[in-house]
Design a protein around this ligand. Structure first.
Ligand code: GDD
Ligand code: MN
Length: 363
């Protein structure tokens, strides 16, 4: 059986035109079509369900509270009954006339059969120069990380042997758009891949969901499968934030110390207040930046952000204590105060790092 996944987000206007084409292309093949919709605001799921009532071979998965092309495709594959799985855009840009060839290629022994815009005879159609350029760069970068090389690893149009998918499923990274690339990164080197040229058409209705965010996710993905295997991206971000926090710490100290200076001289009590306030300033800065950037995928909001901030303060308290102790000790020994605060601050980053390794990431 051939299972075709159609991921959709705001494609309500396209489905009624697309499905008859698909139906025609798959005539004579035992098949099912699974639409995976992410609760589209334009109610694509409603249109899909109405169409599914008239046809036994059409199924609809409506995901609530989730977004993402790759994860939608994976979810569709997991629900599929076929021994050949395929995916195609639901906006008419992919040539449904190619479906049968992709199916037959996998039936004929290919692990994966790719609809390619860059194979001989294919084309990206009418793209502006900017998108053309971005696509070429992305293709080159993608090819560099693939185990199995094809001319168009960024294609969203392909078929795969269900057993092969099942084998690599645990290692997939469902972030963003690049499902085919992710498969090509993880399938065995000797997998047979065939390419089938087609021309990328125009959209029937609506607009592309390829956003700036999707492009950033692609770069993050490249990091994840290369350097990220050794240094996780989250950890790298954590360190960058910690490093920036040192500057905030020292900068804030400088401002507070200026305010507390009397006749150009700061008392030890004044110094202590300035250090503690600047440490808290850095903690607030680090928490906010970690929350919106490092841990953006599980960002805390509202009341849970307040709770999270309280917990973060406790976690940082020991580091802060070390920071204060080192700064105070050095000033006590008559070191220049800015130098003492800088050294104290770096010590805290190191301390927090060691603590994180021992407690947060202890395995
Ligand atoms: N369920 C779900 N969730 N579907 C989505 C989402 C999502 O978050 N984002 C996009 N889709 C669906 C769209 O509704 C469409 O059917 C298909 O995925 C492709 O999305 P488009 O927004 O039309 O992408 P594109 O045409 O700009 O990009 C095409 O070319 C890229 C390479 O240049 C696609 O084929 C991509 O897969 C491909 O990487
Ligand atoms: Mn499209």
């Amino acid at each position: 059986m051939f299972s075709l996944i159609l991921p959709t987000f705001n494609e309500a206007a396209n489905l009624p035109e697309l499905l008859p084409r698909v139906e025609q292309a798959l005539a004579g093949i035992d098949h099912e079509v699974i639409i995976v919709d992410d609760d589209s605001p334009d109610r694509t799921w409603e249109v899909a369900l109405a169409l599914a009532k008239e046809r036994d071979d059409l199924h609809v998965i409506r995901r609530i509270g989730r977004r993402g092309l790759s994860s939608a495709v994976i979810e569709g594959f997991l629900a599929a009954k076929g021994d050949v799985l395929a995916v195609m855009d639901a906006d008419g840009q992919h040539d449904s006339g190619l479906l049968k060839r992709l199916y037959e290629a996998v039936r004929g022994g290919s692990g994966i059969a790719v609809g390619s815009r860059y194979a001989k005879g294919g084309s990206v159609g009418q793209w502006d120069e900017r998108r053309h350029f971005l696509s070429r760069v992305a293709t080159r970068l993608g090819q560099a990380v693939c185990r199995v090389k094809v001319s168009d690893p960024m294609s969203g149009f392909f078929a795969i042997d269900a057993r092969l998918f099942e084998r690599v499923r645990p290692s997939l990274n469902p972030k963003g758009f690049k499902i085919l690339l992710d498969l090509l990164v993880h399938i065995p080197k000797d997998t047979r891949a065939t390419e089938h040229a087609f021309t990328f058409g125009g959209r029937l209705h609506g607009e592309s969901k390829m956003s700036r965010r999707v492009q950033v996710e692609f770069l993050e993905y490249l990091y994840d499968v290369t350097i990220g295997r050794f240094i996780p991206l989250t950890f790298l971000k954590y360190c960058v934030v910690g490093f920036l926090g040192v500057f905030v710490n020292v900068g804030a100290y400088w401002v507070y110390a200026e305010l507390l200076r009397v006749d150009g001289i700061i008392s030890f009590a004044g110094f202590s207040v300035a250090v503690i306030a600047s440490i808290e300033t850095a903690i607030i800065f680090n928490f906010l930046l970690n929350n919106v950037w490092t841990f953006a995928h599980k960002r805390l909001r509202g009341a849970s952000a307040l709770m999270g901030f309280a917990k973060y303060n406790v976690a940082c308290a020991l580091g802060a204590l070390v920071n204060y102790a080192v700064s105070a000790l050095l000033v006590w020994r008559a070191w220049p105060d800015l130098l003492a605060v800088t050294i104290g601050s770096f010590t805290a980053v190191l301390w927090n790092y060691v603590m994180s390794r021992m407690i947060t990431w202890k395995d």
